[in-house]
Design a protein. Structure first.
Lengths: 327, 283
């Protein structure tokens, strides 16, 4: 079980520092801003020739990023997930994805992380739309440290990348000194176990998964926990292996139950290894009330308790089928 | 405005006559494609033909045998539905064989009805309107910061200016003082549902661009003696330039001119012959 050994940092802040560090070393790295607040103080102040702010104009942001990338540069296009995945989606589809250009779309405030700002700023559909874009790699790190390793890993990846970040500080998933190397497309096993599998992506979902696994352990069940920081290409072998050895797979995400991680896992298992799946995700509805990120997710069906319930239902179903009851 | 006519010669033809001859050939390609199995956007292709021929025949520094030449000028056809005119122009100037035009829309060819970068000379896939000016602005910004002396051109339709993203890009290009960027508006005054001014008025169009910080010229989009010098002239220091080119939808085929019905056409054999005869008679 992980513990927080340092002051929590937001993946957003970690990303910004990592990007600046990267851009100091590689002058092809550009930071394209859309009035997000902060990048101008940090990035523009130091590297003005690798920075451009297009103002509050996300469609133009994506098209200009595509054009800049076509000249051999490596632009990071910065906006919020709500705007990247809806308002500017056609520019991403045609100008970036169709041309397979190396634009890194970095989207903060994903899922319900904008919390009280409400559904105008929530992005509960971005994984579904981005993973259906040909050529697109889709990533969602679990903590600030993983975000830093991700930025390094994707800087020179061919083609477009969608990086899904949150807004507020979240606890570190990996105890200091145990961070694995970030490898695009390779899930990280955070905890071993063969009774049930929990596959999670994103900061709060991974935390919920780990907390649920600890609670299941207290009930005598060993849960395998995978951090699938790469939604596309999904680590199908890891997901299949998890399903083969367990009662089934619980997916956990800060995203609609439709078309995100749960959808990707269900699609993969349906074809490769049919197995029971329970999707813990945002119910197919807009968030009705203000609250904290965790409060809103819990109301929509995403919390540690929801993961435990889903995992136990898989275990009970298997026990009923096999007539065997574990401790 | 006779600079163009005397600066270059091609055998016995002065430049304007040479461009007019090429433009006629491109219009013939447009009609032939329109008579093909999938038809094409005839009206907007014919209105854009002279602008495209002026660019490729007299202005753009490009190498047809090396389409990705690093020092080339760059052109984006934002009104991608004028693909027939673009393909015809690229073929006439040697980017690919004119015989390939017969494969427009065919499964075994590469000529999609909206341009794609698979076609030599095409920088970006376009056709969803309102993207081209942003793309051109991005190219221009990158070129300037890289210290490249290239110019970037973009051709938009006038109806296309109803897309909001055009004005996001117009703001950005002026803000970044992109004086290596020249936009051309094919002002044929027609869109699918009718007159642009009846459907969603654009006037006062030149004033709109001026208000956004652009240098504006208004030219006859079918007169090479006006078009070529206006396109050759670089924008003034610190400002992007736009040419509002007064054009005629269906230009060159008298019975198709100014008619919204010609926006998209699949010409039958008789209609094709009639259009070709009218085109050659007028030329």
């Amino acid at each position: 079980m992980s513990t927080t050994t340092t002051q929590p940092d937001s993946d957003r802040a970690a990303y910004r520092a990592a990007l600046l560090d990267l851009a100091r070393r590689d002058r092809r790295i550009w930071c394209l801003d859309s009035d997000l607040g902060g990048l101008e103080k940090q990035f523009q102040a130091e590297l003005p020739d690798q920075y451009a702010d297009v103002g509050i104009a996300e469609a133009n942001l994506m098209s200009m990023a595509a054009a800049v990338a076509s000249t051999g540069l490596l632009p990071f296009a910065n906006t919020m997930a709500a705007f990247a995945s809806a308002r500017a989606l056609e520019q991403i589809k045609i100008d970036i994805a169709y041309h397979a250009l190396p634009v890194r779309i970095v989207a903060t405030h994903s899922g319900f992380s904008a919390a009280h700002l409400g559904p105008t700023h929530h992005a509960q559909q971005d994984l579904a739309v981005m993973r259906s874009m040909p050529n697109m790699t889709v990533l969602t790190p679990a903590d600030a440290g993983e975000t830093v390793r991700l930025v390094e890993a994707v800087a020179h990846l061919p083609g477009p990348v969608y990086v899904r970040l949150g807004r507020s500080p979240t606890p570190a998933v990996y105890p200091e000194g145990t961070e694995p190397e970030f490898s695009v497309g390779t899930a990280v096993e955070l905890r071993g176990g063969d009774d049930v599998a929990i596959v999670a992506a994103g900061a709060l979902p991974v935390r919920f998964a780990l907390e649920a696994a600890a609670e299941l352990a207290r009930c005598g069940y060993a849960a395998r926990v995978l951090n699938t920081h790469t939604i596309k290409p999904l680590d199908v072998p890891a997901v299949v292996a998890a399903a083969e050895r367990t009662a089934g797979v619980v997916t956990v995400e800060d995203h609609s139950v439709l078309g995100g991680l749960g959808g990707a896992v269900a699609e993969a298992l349906a074809e490769h290894h049919p197995a029971p799946v329970r999707r813990v995700g945002i119910a197919d509805a807009f968030c009705p009330r203000p609250g904290t990120h965790a409060e809103q997710l819990a109301a929509a069906g995403v919390s540690t308790a929801h993961v435990v319930t889903a995992a136990l239902s898989l275990i009970r179903t298997q026990e009923t089928r096999t007539g065997r009851r574990n401790p | 405005m006779t600079i163009a006519a005397v600066t270059r010669t091609d055998g016995h033809l002065d430049e304007t006559a040479r461009l007019r001859r090429t433009a006629l050939a491109v219009r013939e390609h447009v009609l032939a494609i329109g008579a093909g199995p999938v038809g094409t956007h005839v009206g907007g292709s014919l209105s854009a033909t002279d602008i495209l021929v002026a660019l490729y025949g007299a202005v753009l520094r490009v190498r047809p045998d090396e389409p990705r030449w690093p020092n080339r000028d760059q052109f984006v056809l934002s009104k991608g539905h004028a693909s027939a005119a673009l393909y015809g122009t690229l073929a006439e100037y040697g980017f690919f064989p004119t015989e390939e035009l017969a494969g427009y829309g065919h499964a075994d060819g590469r000529l999609m009805a909206h341009p794609t970068p698979a076609v030599p000379g095409v920088e970006f896939a376009t056709g969803s309107l309102g993207h081209g000016l942003s793309l051109a602005a991005g190219l221009a910004l990158a070129a300037r910061r890289a210290g490249r002396g290239r110019r970037v051109f973009v051709l938009m339709g006038d109806g296309e200016l109803q897309e909001g993203s055009v004005w996001e890009a117009a703001m950005a290009a002026a803000h970044y003082e992109l004086d290596n960027l020249t936009a051309v508006v094919d002002r044929n005054r027609l869109q699918i549902n009718g007159s642009t001014e009846d459907r969603m008025g654009l006037a006062p169009l030149a004033d709109k661009w001026r208000a956004f910080g652009w240098h504006v010229s208004e030219v006859d989009g079918h007169d090479f003696a006006e078009l070529v010098p206006a396109l050759r002239l670089p924008p003034p220091p610190g400002r992007p330039a736009v040419l509002v080119a007064d054009t005629v939808k269906g230009r060159g085929v008298r019975h198709l001119e100014h008619r919204k019905q010609n926006h998209f056409a699949k010409l039958g054999p008789q209609a094709y012959e009639r259009a070709l005869t009218a085109l050659r008679r007028a030329a």
